[in-house]
Design a protein around this ligand. Structure first.
Ligand code: NAD
Length: 489
């Protein structure tokens, strides 16, 4: 039976005022949670409460080390409930348990990291150019709206909530409609850790209603958005009308380059992990593999053997590497892309179908798929599929390779497999992506800024300076002159 869950709105756990809906477990379609969707009225209540709460001495007067202490307690709260959260996250989006455990651990690490950054970041004395002292200080921007997608909820939410709280802001989270639980549980943990009422609200519901109302609300002073490029572009326009800062972590179509001298054991494992982990439902999925012609056949043979050995199945099983896609509608979209690839002249070397029998017939599963024979200009090589579909492309000339990698609207991430560090540096500097992985892929550190170029977004999350994204700089001039300004004499 589905859990019944309520939302945290303006410091109170209650049902939101919109219609009831039920979320489903992608592995078998069973009901997971029943809740009420939020409305624009709930958004207004949450934002008004956030604005009041952030001005109260209980939040506004907290010293940095005290806010850091709160973030440490949230990190500890996440760790204490780690296994339970990982299981809930698995039920929400069907990711294998091994992956959801890693996401939960990374969320705890994010709070720990921003606790340290909160306590140690320094405002500055700037070099004065006259008889005065100049200072630059950072102040919280105000109420922040955090809008997140369904693919890695707890990590996306922690990446926004931790730096925003560290900066002294109040936050309203709008999780994806189908994956509300991580934000709700984070709010419970934050409350138990001592976060004052009203500083955090969680409003699940439709993007076009809740997300839209949040972005438009006059008291919301910053948006942190992770999601698709089309939605992100629309929000950027709305934010521009208010001159409101917005960070946009959007889609990708990331190239992975295998050079002639690559260690193929590492490259094959890295390419498999890069595209098929999370069933390819990852903004940084390495969905275009450019393989040097001299090793193309050998790489392809090893890759296909690797694909065959992938363990697709029940996300609750410890050994599962690939679970289902998030729902049947999304699987249909992936299937349309594979058909498009076929229509464009591609040959399906692996997958290209649903697995059959047992659990597979109840959930939204799709086999890991490899397609070759398409030019980089094909739609299947240009558009984000957000599924387990890899395009394999041969290359010969480095300049032509770089041109093809960059010939895409996205610029999120890329990978290079080579033993030649000079080539890696040369190619890496030429790639128009926010992250470059060399001889590894899809590894993450909260201390390293993350974000996209081109249509993959703007702004950076993570990194020590991530806190500053939630602050406004204010400059002070302190007059030190013994004489009045030479004006009134
Ligand atoms: P989505 O854009 O449909 O939704 C993301 C969030 O925005 C959800 O909470 C949704 O309800 C909300 N939303 C939708 N329409 C809205 C509107 N009109 N106004 C305000 N909010 C609205 O994306 P998705 O399908 O949930 O997630 C998949 C996408 O997210 C992919 O494109 C993926 O690449 C991207 N993504 C990017 C990153 C990154 O860090 N760059 C990370 C994860 C996912």
């Amino acid at each position: 039976m589905a859990d019944t869950i309520s939302s945290l709105i303006a410091g109170r756990w209650r049902d939101a005022t919109g219609p009831e809906y039920t979320t489903e477990y992608p592995a078998d379609g069973s009901a997971v949670a029943t809740l009420h969707a939020a409305t624009a009225t709930d958004v207004d209540e949450a934002v008004q409460a956030a604005e009041s709460a952030r001005r109260l001495p209980t939040w506004a007067n907290l010293k940095r080390h005290e806010r850091a202490g709160l973030l440490h307690r949230i990190a500890a709260g996440i760790r204490a409930r780690g296994e339970e959260l990982a299981q809930l996250q698995r039920l929400d989006n069907g990711k294998p348990i091994s992956e959801t455990r890693a996401l939960v651990a990374s969320a705890a690490g994010t709070f720990q990291f921003f606790a340290a950054a909160c306590e140690t970041w320094e405002d500055s004395l700037t070099p004065a150019r006259g008889d005065y002292l100049t200072m630059s200080v950072h102040e919280p921007l105000g109420v922040v709206g955090a809008i997140t997608p369904w693919n890695s909820p707890i990590a996306s939410e922690a990446q926004k909530l931790a730096p925003a709280l560290a900066a002294g802001c109040a936050v309203v989270i709008k999780p994806a409609e189908i994956t509300p639980r991580m934000a709700i549980e984070l709010a419970r943990i934050a409350q138990q850790a001592g976060l004052p009422d009203g500083i955090l609200s969680v409003l699940p519901g439709k993007g076009s209603i809740v997300g839209d109302a949040l972005v438009r609300h006059p008291l919301v002073k910053r948006i942190a958005f992770t999601g698709g490029t089309t939605v992100g572009l629309g929000l950027a326009k709305l934010a521009a009308e208010k001159l409101m800062p917005i960070s946009l972590e959007l889609g990708g179509k990331s190239p992975t380059i295998v050079c002639a001298d690559a260690d193929l054991d590492h490259a094959v494992a890295g390419v498999l992990y890069g595209i098929f982990s999370s069933s390819g439902e990852s903004c940084i999925a390495g969905s275009r593999a450019f393989v040097h012609v001299s090793v193309y056949d050998e790489f392809k043979a090893r890759l296909l053997a690797g694909v065959k050995a992938l363990r697709v199945g029940d996300p609750a099983a410890e050994s599962t590497q690939m679970g289902p896609l998030v729902n049947l509608g999304h699987r249909a979209s992936v299937e349309r892309y594979v058909q498009l690839g076929r229509d464009e002249g591609g040959q399906v070397l692996a997958g290209g179908a649903r697995p059959q029998g047992g659990l597979f017939d109840r959930g939204s599963y799709y086999l890991p798929t490899v397609i070759e024979g398409l030019p980089n200009s094909a739609r299947m090589c240009q558009e984000e599929i957000f599924g387990p579909v890899l395009a394999l492309l041969p290359w010969t000339d480095e300049a032509e390779l770089i041109a093809q990698c960059n010939d895409n609207v996205y610029g999120l991430a890329s990978g290079i497999w080579t033993r030649d560090y000079k080539a890696a540096w040369r190619i890496g500097r030429a790639l128009q992506t926010g992250t470059v992985w060399v001889n590894t892929y899809k590894v993450f550190s909260v201390s390293t800024p993350f974000g996209g170029l081109k249509m993959s977004g703007t702004g950076r999350e993570k990194g020590r300076l991530g806190i500053l994204e939630y602050t406004a700089q204010k400059s002070f001039y302190w007059g030190l002159n013994e004489q009045p300004l030479p004006w009134a004499a």
